[in-house]
Ligand binder design. Structure first.
Ligand code: ZN
Length: 845
């Protein structure tokens, strides 16, 4: 594949020469190794959520936020001003600290009628997120017309394509996102310069641009990380991995900015990559795109940005990497919709990740002299600004084409047109390795009623799709489709819709990419259909005109299906069930747990049960006759886990104390802890004797849940269960088929799971139970999983082996070990309940 790529690059260079496009370094395309930043891979097993730097501190806003009049432009907002924070990490670099943004934007709003500022949400720590819009002033009727055209483009692209007034007068939107990684600062400063320039210049070309376009800036997507100098947000999430899941408030704000502004072009400004990096990506490209419509402008504007960056004349920014042209498959791919740029493409944007050149974060931040850091940051700011200016020039020159391009993306979706075949050389260098396509089903159906394994999960999925601007309808009558009958209230995703690519990228299984690339940049598998717990049917063909209404939010699912005076039961099959149980426990209600894992609620707690049923959408049923089981009190959990797992555990309402080797050695008291969870930042052999003794004491009475290599090592070091953990290849990840035939604690688990750095268990000693197995053969459904170069660690070796085991240790601990990833980046909602079940089992002995 690498060799082939180089050949293609040579052909591309020849083609460029013929077409006269200047791409001076197309000829020199050495294999570049692109560094992968922390947080993307198996190293997440090493840093516990409690470790220094995993989060940021709470901010202290002062004053009020007054939102201006909503009609027309400008939309002035008197931004609340935050207290000066001299610890803001931007300051050392000579860049703009967060607290200086509001005063500066307030002052610009006072000076200019071309700038609007709106507060579009708050960060995890409560800092305001600013969307700045630059456009020529608009009377409210003009804005209404612009809104109507934007809606028409999405909702009736066939008509939009014929609307000549729209072509002439629609203001094409572009969206510039900055600083999503908090310690990649300069996009914010570059955008501030462009904001100030566009707001105050008298240059005729700039004024013309603002007559015909709207330029939106997300000034900083990650204020908490900017201040703290962390890549992640305050919850420890890499937000440029969260778009498909949108677990974080900042991601939801970005999602809503994209949907609301419907940009034809987006830039996502990052750092740091030697020489600068400008997308389009290399393959694999997402298979749900109308990629011809993306790459046509995507490559041309990418080359324009490259030329602009080189034109600055900095030696440090001459060797620009354009992954589409320069990198082999998997080195910098565009497969998962977890990144800003790849997600925005599903909303009709030609979009880019930009990496400015000179490192100023991490070790450089701490070791380089201040003058050198400031020199680098100044160059980085210039480079970032050059990409913005160049893109605005491209927008100025190609506005109508870019709008028509977006209309065509939505039109193909709405009419259900097949993706177009893209011939080799469609743009210079496009070859077979770039060709990724899919066949869209006619519809997906999410059944209502008794056939649905979890109505809660169905509602969660529907709400997720709708908030991402996927159209979902709810049947007002029963109907038949694809050889099945469905009750009234079932949900239908008609795949003839403008954003069918986004719908499908969430609902399809995906693809096993193991043969397509030697490795991938990040994950290669996810699926809201297979991992979120809802039953979803695929309908290949048929008449989908079902009596139905559009869904704004899913129907409520909670209820109590038993007469007053009866004990109630709740099977923990979903994270929401756990939330309900934890809520009841938090009210001091005594529950019990039956041997089959069902939680029993006494009849006297009926009012509380009704409340939590409504709050979490869960259904209580009549408790079975017989013993209510053992008493279940609210478990206290100590967790040496990664930040995403801590977030998921708290999302389920568990009372969790984050710990690590250091925290325990510092004297953390385990005596009141019921369950210990170990997956990250934990070494039993590095505990002090006192700390080890406290762990051993817990191991005689409580529960232990482990995950991954760190958890398995703890199991071995502390001699808990008699098993051998076998590691799969470290970067292997994706959706796997699992067999739950022998499950006890995990009874009712989904037949799919998710893995990243998978593990399996062999040599099971007496009393160790297989809770879940990888299915025999190749268990990978979608993702990327190759063996190591020595043949070990591959999926065929995992096939048939234990993926999750449980047992009681010699000392008496109830131990459950995951070789899978049930809480990875808060994505696989349908797997959360496995962790909850393990905790209740561990606690209720
Ligand atoms: Zn970044």
């Amino acid at each position: 594949m690498h060799l082939k790529r180089r050949v293609l690059v040579a052909i591309a260079t020849a083609a460029l020469a013929v077409t006269g496009i200047t791409a001076p370094q197309a000829a020199a395309a050495p294999h570049r190794t692109i560094p992968h930043d922390f947080g993307n891979g198996p190293e997440r097993n090493e840093v516990a959520a409690t470790d220094p730097g995993a989060g940021a501190r709470r901010a202290g806003p002062s004053g009020d936020n007054k939102v201006g009049v909503r009609q027309g432009y400008p939309r002035k907002t008197q931004l609340r001003v935050y207290q000066e924070d001299l610890t803001d990490k931007s300051i050392k670099l000579g860049l703009t600290p967060y607290h200086a943004l509001a005063p500066r934007l307030n002052a610009l709003q006072a000076r200019s009628n071309r700038i609007s500022v709106e507060v579009v949400g708050q960060s995890g720590l409560g800092r305001d997120l600013y969307m700045v819009t630059l456009t020529a002033p608009e009377k409210s009727n003009v804005t209404r017309q612009q809104d109507a055209w934007r809606e028409l483009i999405e909702n009736d692209p066939v008509r939009a394509a014929r609307d000549h007034r729209l072509d002439r007068d629609y203001k094409a939107p572009v969206w510039v996102n900055n600083n999503i990684h908090g310690n990649e600062w300069e996009g914010t400063d570059a955008s501030l310069r462009q904001i100030e320039y566009l707001a105050t210049t008298k240059d005729a070309k700039a004024l013309r641009l603002l007559e015909h376009n709207r330029v939106y800036f997300n000034v900083t997507a990650n204020p908490d990380g900017r201040v703290a100098g962390t890549r992640a947000n305050a919850n420890g999430f890499d937000m440029n991995r969260d778009f498909a899941t949108s677990s974080q408030p900042e991601n939801r704000a970005m999602r809503d900015m994209i949907i609301g502004s419907q940009p034809v072009v987006t830039l996502d400004e990052h750092g740091y990559n030697d020489g600068t990096l400008i997308e389009p990506t290399g393959p694999p490209h997402g298979q749900n795109y109308d990629f011809d419509l993306f790459i046509k402008h995507g490559y041309a504007n990418g080359l324009g940005m490259e030329a602009a960056v080189k034109g600055l004349g900095y030696p440090e920014a001459q060797d620009v990497v354009v992954p589409f042209r320069d990198l082999p498959p998997g080195e910098w791919d565009g497969w998962p919709p977890i990144f800003t740029a790849q997600y925005a493409m599903y909303h009709g944007a030609v979009s880019y990740t930009i990496e400015i050149p000179l490192q100023v974060n991490n070790s450089a931040y701490d070791t380089l002299p201040v003058e050198e850091l400031r020199r680098r940051s100044a160059i980085n700011t210039d480079v970032s600004e050059a990409t913005i200016k160049s893109t605005l020039d491209y927008l100025g020159a190609h506005r109508v084409e870019l709008v028509d391009n977006q209309i065509e993306i939505f039109r193909r979706g709405a009419v259900g047109e097949a993706q177009h075949y893209i011939p080799d050389g469609f743009v210079p260098g496009f070859g077979p390795e770039d060709r990724y396509t899919t066949e869209f089903p006619r519809a997906y159906v999410i059944p209502a009623g008794t056939t649905q394994r979890s109505a809660t999960a169905a509602a969660r999925l529907v709400d997720h799709l709708v908030t991402h601007d996927v159209r979902v309808r709810q049947a007002t009558r029963g109907f038949a489709l694809g050889g099945k009958t469905y009750p009234s209230g079932s949900y239908l995703v008609d795949m003839h819709q403008p954003k069918r690519g986004l719908a499908n990228v969430m609902l399809e299984a995906g693809k096993d990419l193991s043969e397509d690339a030697p490795q991938m940049y990040d994950i290669a598998g996810w699926s809201h259909r297979l991992l979120w717990g809802a039953s979803v049917d695929i309908v290949r063909r048929g008449d989908v005109r079902v009596p139905s209404r559009p869904v704004v939010t899913a129907s409520p699912t909670g209820g109590v299906d038993a007469a007053p005076g009866q004990d109630l039961a709740l099977a923990v099959r979903d994270g929401k069930d756990a939330s309900a149980v934890n809520d009841l426990l938090g009210r001091g209600i005594t529950l019990s747990r039956r041997a089959d894992g069902t939680v029993v609620v006494p009849a006297a707690a009926r009012v509380a049960a009704r409340e939590v049923a409504d709050r979490y959408g869960v259904r209580f049923t009549l408790a079975p006759a017989g013993s209510p089981g053992t008493v279940l009190t609210r478990p206290t959990i100590a967790a040496a886990v990664a930040a995403d797992e801590l977030f998921a555990l708290r999302d389920m309402g568990f009372d969790v104390r984050p710990v690590s080797t250091a925290v325990l050695n510092g004297g953390f008291d385990l005596s009141r802890v019921d369950v210990l969870i170990v997956s990250s930042g934990w070494r039993y052999d590095q505990l002090t004797p006192a700390a080890r003794a406290s762990v051993d004491a817990l191991s005689t009475r409580g529960g232990v849940v482990t995950r991954g290599a760190t958890g398995s090592r703890f199991n071995a070091d502390a001699a808990l269960l008699s098993v051998t953990a076998v590691p799969g290849r470290g970067d292997a990840n994706g959706i796997v088929s699992v067999d739950n035939a022998d499950a006890s604690v995990l009874a009712g688990a989904l037949p799919q799971s998710f893995v990243y750095s998978p593990q399996w268990f062999t040599g099971l000693g007496a009393g160790v139970r297989v809770e879940q197995r990888y299915v025999a053969g190749n268990p990978l459904i979608a993702g990327h999983w190759l063996p190591n170069s020595d043949g070990s660690g591959g999926p065929l070796l995992a096939g048939g082996q234990a993926a999750v085991v449980s047992g009681v240790s010699a000392r008496g601990a109830r131990v459950l070990m995951f070789g899978t990833e049930p809480m990875f980046r808060a994505h696989p909602k349908g797997l959360y309940a496995q962790v909850a079940a393990a905790i209740y089992w561990g606690a209720a002995g």
